[in-house]
Design a protein around this ligand. Sequence first.
Ligand code: F6R
Length: 244
Amino acid sequence: MKIIIKKDYEELSKVAASIIGDELKSNPNMVLGLATGSTPIGTYNELIRMHKEEALDFSKVVTFNLDEYLNIPYSNPNSYHYFMEDNLFKHINVKAENIHIPDGNAENVEKFCIEYDKKIEETGGIDLQILGIGENGHIAFNEPAPTLPLETNITELTESTINANSRFFDSIDEVPKKAITMGIGSIMKSKKILLLANGEKKADIIAKILKNKVVTTHIPASLLLLHPDVTIIMDEDAAKGYLE
Ligand code: F6R
């Protein structure tokens, strides 16, 4: 596991975007795994800048998002469909038909989950997956649990995640309690993974993972220790516990 510590969020975002940009230049057809949440916004802003100012070309890129809430209208700014359009897709030249986001409104969600994994495989698998991390160690919506499904699945969000996500909603009651998420296996099959973490709130979980050197489904992100090509990029605040 490679660890990169940058001074602040801006620097972290620049490094993450430049790694993605380099990958994209060497493989214009790359399959890019994307995350939502606050963490990757700076990276997406930098990618948008690179597209506009340096002609970074997304025309052949295929994207797969990690997750989406269940039964949320995509016109709702809190849906991940809306988030991706607003924070990245509408600003770059990715083709609409190359964008994949779990469909939380699918008629048959179970069937959709199976087809989502199949589609990832058919494209040749994810070349580079971007991940954020929850304060409880979740990745995508794989929440701490005694066992974790390998494949894309429907999952119940934990109280800690509902609380963390409530900052985007008018009230906690409006936060969806279920979501579709890529499974741990779907994520671990990615050829390369970039885990981004910023801010003090992430310091404890990052320290636990990097210092304990133990894998447990109770900290889903700890399973990344088993992956052959993971880079963690964090700012000094998120690295505090690790550096202590
Ligand atoms: C989002 C996702 C989540 C977030 C995590 C951190 O697609 O998969 O696992 O990465 O909840 O969220 P932020 O970045 O808002 O702290």
